[in-house]
Write a protein that binds this ligand. Sequence first.
Ligand code: Q9C
Ligand code: ZN
Length: 798
Amino acid sequence: MMSARENSTRELRLRTFHLFTTNNSEAKRPRSSSSHLRAGLWAFRWTCHSPARSRRPAPCCRRAALRPPSAVRLRRCSGDLCGERGVRAAGPAVLRCVVLCGVAERELSHIPVSAWAMASGTALIYDEAMTRHKLLWNDPICDIEVPERLSASYEQLQCYHLVERCVPVPAREGSEEEILLVHSSEHLEAAKSTQTMNEEELKRISGNYDSFFFHPNTYHCARLAVGAALQLVDSVMSGKVCNGMALVRPPGHHSQRNAANGFCLFNNVAIAAEYAKLKYGLQRILIVDWDVHHGQGTQYIFEEDPSVLYFSWHRYEHQEFWPSLKESDYDAVGLGKGKGFNINLPWNKVGMGNSDYLAAFFHVLLPVAFEFDPELVLVSSGYDSGIGDPEGQMNATPEVFAHLTHFLMQLAHGKLCVILEGGYHLKSLSESVCMTVKTLLRDPLPQVTGEMAPCLSAIESIQNVRAAHKPYWKWLTYEDTSFLHNLSTRSDLPKTADTNPCADDGAKITDSNETDKIERFLELHMKNVIFPVPPIRTATTAELKASAHLNTFPVHLHVVKEMDKNEIEALVSDFHADLVKTNKTLLSLGSTLTILDKILKKEVCNGIAESPAASASVAVALRHPLCFGLQRVLCIFVGDMHIIPNTEDGKILVIHICKEEQTGKSSSKHYIVLNWKEDADGNDFFSAVLGFILPVAYSYQPNLIVIAVGPNRSLGISGISLLFGLLQGLAESRILAVIEDTDINLMQSVAKTLAGASVPHFGVHVPPTQEKVNQIKMLRNQLQQDWKMLQCSVNDGI
Ligand code: Q9C
Ligand code: ZN
């Protein structure tokens, strides 16, 4: 282990030197006086484990101006380098040094926030050239796929200052060879031949396909769209960035081996997946298609391929909605070797909203995805599933896409490529794009709005897809899953044939009023949703930093000032002399309260405190006036916790995870006991986090989360880190960790996760035992009336 790390440091040093020398054409060696070098050295120091024994730190490193303004900025480096991946891990950090070197010298004197943010590594691909494909004639079916979809999204990104925080990556044309990875040469030639056609010919050939239009620029744009997706895959797989988004037109997911379809010419995401398999030898790729249409093109391409797991939810309405295919239903699970690797979640009603989408993630996609354990995640990112879209007619608001993105960032070490598909309400589309990119950049997430309860029809669809996939996925083994044949939506099917609201002019006028109304709604809504990001990510104390060896830890942790004993005593005295028994407890309580204070004042997002008596610390903190203004605090207790706060007024919800032997207590609405002992041979906790803890937490919508780890904990480091990683989506990321544990590795891992590193890899996934599943089932039955996001079937308790 040590030698791998040393190796990695050495390699990093060599490669860094190499980059300096090749990056600067005038000087063959790094100039010690150059700001480039200083910035590079800075990055080097922080990204490698060397505490600069041999060299004194450059004086500039000590200057505030050259420090990253928050832990956020360099955390990816830490994630990669602190992992147990040895030499291989050197790549990303080195490449990030290049990014830093790319900052112009004059900017370095007061380095802008954006420059440091680049180091966190989110690629953005946008090329105006892709706006040059457009509809030349009248066609009410295709007229929504406009160039402004791209430009409006980009302008909104500029508005939020997100563009400058991303790494700009140029698009390129996908080569013919690359297109042929998925498409037939007949299809390629047909597309190529349209470049020189006149309008009449274009119109004629467009008529050969369902819902497609050609423009003389279409072929070029479609090749750029393919190339953009491949550039994104290369940027992520090479470690240049950890994630990214490509804004492309035309979209891709309806396109098939031999046909254009549904505004799509080449299947950008499918080509990206084949390319990633070929070029990087990937064996497991997850494609998440959250566009409101079924990506039947993608389904056909990977139907028999177990190396690509395809998930799509889509407006279906019992096959009434386009493309109206039998094979878009939940029972299309894949073919041959690919059985189980195609997951369709059909929506049989319009108006699906935030809670329906979250329920689909909790009860279908995420557990499958964690069990699949992808090496790369691609998103067919259509925003026609968002509110106001004329095609989708759904109700999900932009911030839900932040949450969907955040969940997917917990997979594949954060390797996530988001590629645009549909989205036809310009305001809804561009706000949703912004929420996605903001999340990729690791800003804290806004709270999801709306009632947290999936609708009946959504639950029915979720139940059926779970039943269909039970034979293929271990986590479903002991779950009760039976098919539901009499769906509640069967009766309200339209009786008349006319389901197209665009058919008469009256409908069009109503539509445009509706569009304006949603636009005004979103203008206001986003003002309520977007909030200022605290300047510092993670707070901790000096003792902790030293004891957990966080000094050499590359993530920048903010050390809070210690209080002296008198100060703390004054602070604590009135309430709880009873709880605070030792001096040591008192001191640690001081730090806990200081960190909590900073979280609540929004000076930091989250913090980590060590305590010799975690349950006492938490009890005191929660009774402190600081917490009086909070409506809902979610407390997750792991291990033995002797003092349980009073949960009667509903302002505190406790989930207590402990070994089974130790408790006879029973669960109630605000005090939930989860007896869980992680399997020694593998990780089974993810199913409890995804299927139980997250649904309860999202139903509750806390303003603050306290996670306390006491003695005798029954979870391993990876389980606890997963909990931290996933719960960061809630409470605007306000998480206080209080840890009573001498396990330095746990401290480090929690600190890293809070600071924004991707969650560490879990052990082998093992299915939870029947006993464990039964416990979850019982809790679900008991609590799903109170915490409605737990609902995933209509059989019992509803
Ligand atoms: N009555 C994407 O969102 N609608 N494509 C056809 C025919 C086509 C959507 C309606 C919708 C295509 C990428
Ligand atoms: Zn779509």
